[in-house]
Structure formats: structure tokens, C-alpha cells
Design a protein around this ligand. Structure first.
Ligand code: CAA
Length: 390
């Protein structure tokens, strides 16, 4: 049976997230963007009301929400401000490999910490010379007794300046390409150095940093999954987080679409509101369709995960379509506003800047097309561990 109607519980979650976005995020979003201000007060409140760490299992004190629930929340919070949502949601990206690859003790230790306090964690995959090409990374982890020693730099790390711990991917067998990468859980200490905070085009309320690990020692029990199986772990994580990114893109597009609708009914040209002109109506119609289909694609890719199925193809469909649509919808919203759309006194230019990152992070739109093409032309059977529930 195919049924897209939400349960009462899901409607309540949506209302909770929407009210939070409307009361706590929207009123300050443009100010946070202007000054690139870190939204600590919002993070504290979101943690208090249960809008962070939503996928952490109940057995570790988390809310144990499923992936569809996550998409519902992420769309609403991103409607408020996707930069703030990136800050709130990065714990989901960092805790996914822990839940997939950590021992029972490690899962409990880190999940309980995140649930107890508004702590942050970062996912450290990308390097200056290894963006789309993950296996080109140079960060090195060398085993010494019951520890690993990590050296290397990671860039574009969300929440990097504020994270208490990091999931770091590093080469444990530099000659083995993607089969020589391992993932580690690393606590912040004085060997972890924030080299640079980025000054970004959009999502300026989020923190993006370059982090260097300088002789950083990690207990061997913090190896996530098996040694040299980190690449696969990273891909499994991205399959699980891309539906949420698609939902975020939907939230940005929806915000721009709503602003454009309202403005088109107020702005009078040639003696009538511009919404009366077919040129504007057709833009509004295309925007509405893109928002609607982005949401459906995000939900579809999330529901597959909730059913325990592999969603590689569908999560790339959703991420690619929703990200590209968000860019198109926000650009059209600026067009509906005309010259005013280009001016910072009006809300839509921020949304257009914010939308751009959706086509870049968690795999560019070109990488999603690569995955879609491979999954379509040469579908592979990929075995995942039975415990893959993060
Ligand atoms: N699930 C499980 N395993 C998978 C998989 C999946 N979805 N996709 C691939 N694999 C496995 C393959 O089966 C293969 O396994 P074997 O070793 O057994 O052969 C192995 O992984 C290698 O696969 P590929 O040959 O497909 O690897 P590739 O080098 O060609 O890369 C890629 C594939 C899709 C390009 C991948 O590198 C990729 O997704 N790149 C983009 C990386 C990315 O999204 N980075 C974003 C960083 S996160 C972020 O943005 C952080 C933030 O803070 C917001």
C-alpha cells in the first residue's frame, strides 16, 4: 500500500518543529546570516525540546525517531533557517557511523553524552585534495600498541570549531586505495587544532572549519567498524543522511516559494497584482511542483531506510532533485521579487545563497548523478551489516 498521509504523531512532530522554527529561528535568521553569528542559544533550546539527536536509539536515552520523522523535522527547521538546521543536524551525521560501527559500550558512551547535554560532534571526511574522491585522502592513522596515532587535515567540517568529538576517516593502509581507510572516534584535546573558520556565501549561521590532527592519540576501542572498512561505512552513512539533506532543501525551497507567493499578491504592476500575470503564475506553478516532488522524493528515500531496505539510488535521486530544485526555486523567487529580490532588505537573496550549498555538501549534484548512473546501469549487490540501524 502507498500512503503519504502522516500519523497524528508525525503531525504533532511537524507542528513542534514548525513552531520552534517560527518562534526561535525565523525571527533571528537574517540577523545571524548578516553577522555570521553562531546560534548557541537556539542549539541549547532545540536540545531542551528534543529537536536534536532525533535518531539516537531509545536504549541509549535518545528519542529513537525514524528517518521519515527526521525528514519532517528537518524540512520545518530549514524553513526557519537551513544554516541553523545544519548546526543542529550535524550530530546526526557524526553519530551515524558510531551507531553503525561502534561497540555497544562506545555507542552508549557517546549517545548518552549527546542526549544529556547540548554537545556537538563533527563528521571529518573531506580533505583539501579529497572532496568527491574520498579515497584520495591523506590523513594517516598508525597503530601503536592499543592506540592509533592520527595526523592530517580535514576541511569544510561542519561545527568543527565547537565539536566535542569527531568521527575521523584516515588511511590505515595507504597502498590499498578505498580499501585502506578506517574510521575513528576522536575526542577533542590539545592535539586537535582549528586552523580556519570559513567565511561563506550562505548558511552563514553554521560553522565550517578546517581541523588538523597533530599526533592525536585514539584508543583502539574507538575504531568504528573493522580496520580498512571505513570507506564503505562512510557510504552507508551518506545513504542514511542524504534523505535529510533533501528534506532540508525542500524546507529552503518552500520558504522561498511562500515568500514569492505572498509578494506576487502584493506587488502591483500594469494595474494588477503581479500574481495576475501568467508569466508569474507559471513560475509559481513550477516552484510548487518542485517543492512537492522534492518532499515526496525525500520521504520515499527515508521510508525505505525505515523499512530496513537499501536506499542508495533513491537517496541520490532525492538529494540531487531537491538540491537542484532548491537552487531553481530560490533563484525564481528572486526573479518574482524583481530588483528588490537582489537587495538584502528583502528575504529571498539569503535563501538563494543558502540553497547553493545543498548542491555541494554531502555529495555534489554531479556525484549524485554518478551514483544514479551506476545504480541504474550497473546495479550492485552491496552487503550491509545486519545491525545497520543508525
Ligand atoms: N553503501 C555501501 N557500500 C558502498 C556504497 C554504498 N552506498 N557505495 C559504494 N560502496 C562500496 C562499493 O561496493 C565498493 O566496495 P568494494 O570495496 O567491495 O569493491 C566500494 O564502496 C567502492 O565503491 P566505488 O567503486 O563506487 O567508489 P568510488 O571511489 O568510485 O566512489 C563515490 C564512489 C560515489 C564517488 C563516493 O566516493 C562519494 O560518494 N563521494 C562523495 C563524497 C561525499 O559525499 N562527501 C561529502 C562529505 S560529508 C559533508 O559534506 C560534511 C558536512 O559537514 C556537511
Amino acid at each position: 500500500m502507498v500512503d503519504f498521509s502522516l500519523t497524528d504523531e508525525q503531525k504533532n512532530l511537524r507542528e513542534l518543529a514548525h513552531d520552534f522554527a517560527a518562534r526561535e529561528i525565523r525571527p533571528v535568521a537574517w540577523e545571524l546570516d548578516r553577522d555570521s553569528t553562531w546560534p548557541q542559544a537556539i542549539i541549547d533550546k532545540a536540545h531542551e525540546v528534543g529537536l536534536m539527536n532525533t535518531h539516537l536509539p531509545e536504549q541509549y536515552g535518545g528519542p529513537g525517531l525514524d528517518y521519515l520523522d527526521g525528514c519532517i523535522i528537518e524540512e520545518e527547521l530549514s524553513w526557519g533557517c537551513s544554516g541553523v538546521q545544519t548546526s543542529l543536524g550535524a550530530n546526526g551525521l557524526a553519530s551515524a557511523p558510531v551507531m553503525l560501527g561502534g561497540s555497544e559500550d562506545v555507542k552508549r558512551e557517546f549517545a548518552e553524552e549527546l542526549v544529556a547535554e547540548p554537545k556537538l560532534a563533527s563528521f571529518c571526511l573531506t580533505e583539501p585534495d579529497a572532496g568527491s574522491d574520498v579515497s584520495g585522502m591523506r590523513t594517516r592513522a598508525v597503530r601503536k600498541g592499543d592506540k592509533y596515532v592520527i595526523n592530517g587535515s580535514k576541511c569544510f567540517i561542519t561545527n568543527g570549531s565547537y565539536a566535542d568529538w569527531f568521527v575521523v576517516y584516515a588511511k590505515t593502509d595507504p597502498e590499498a586505495g578505498h580499501r585502506g581507510i578506517s574510521a575513528f572516534l576522536v575526542r577533542r584535546d590539545d592535539t586537535v587544532i582549528v586552523d580556519k573558520k570559513e567565511d561563506k556565501l550562505g548558511q552563514r549561521a553554521s560553522n565550517t572549519a578546517t581541523i588538523t590532527f597533530n599526533e592525536t592519540e585514539v584508543d583502539a576501542r574507538y575504531l568504528l567498524g573493522e580496520e580498512n572498512k571505513g570507506f564503505k561505512l562512510a557510504m552507508m552513512v551518506l545513504d542514511r543522511t542524504r534523505p535529510g539533506v533533501a528534506a532540508m532543501a525542500t524546507g529552503i525551497a518552500r520558504a522561498a516559494f511562500e515568500f514569492a507567493c505572498d509578494y506576487s499578491k502584493e506587488r502591483v504592476q500594469f494595474g494588477v497584482p503581479i500574481a495576475m500575470h501568467q508569466a508569474i503564475q507559471f513560475m509559481i506553478a513550477d516552484m510548487a511542483t518542485k517543492v512537492h516532488l522534492s518532499r515526496l522524493a525525500a520521504w520515499n528515500s527515508a521510508v525505505l531506510l525505515d523499512q530496513g531496505k537499501r536506499n542508495t539510488l533513491e537517496s541520490s535521486h532525492a538529494k540531487r532533485f531537491a538540491a537542484d530544485s532548491a537552487m531553481e526555486v530560490t533563484t525564481d523567487a528572486v526573479q518574482v521579487y524583481g530588483g528588490y529580490g537582489f537587495i538584502k532588505d528583502y528575504p529571498v537573496e539569503k535563501l538563494m545563497r543558502d540553497a547553493k550549498i545543498m548542491q555541494l555538501y554531502e555529495g555534489t549534484s554531479q556525484i549524485q548523478r554518478l551514483v544514479i548512473a551506476r545504480e541504474t546501469l550497473l546495479p550492485r549487490r552491496i552487503e550491509e551489516p545486519a545491525t545497520a540501524t543508525a
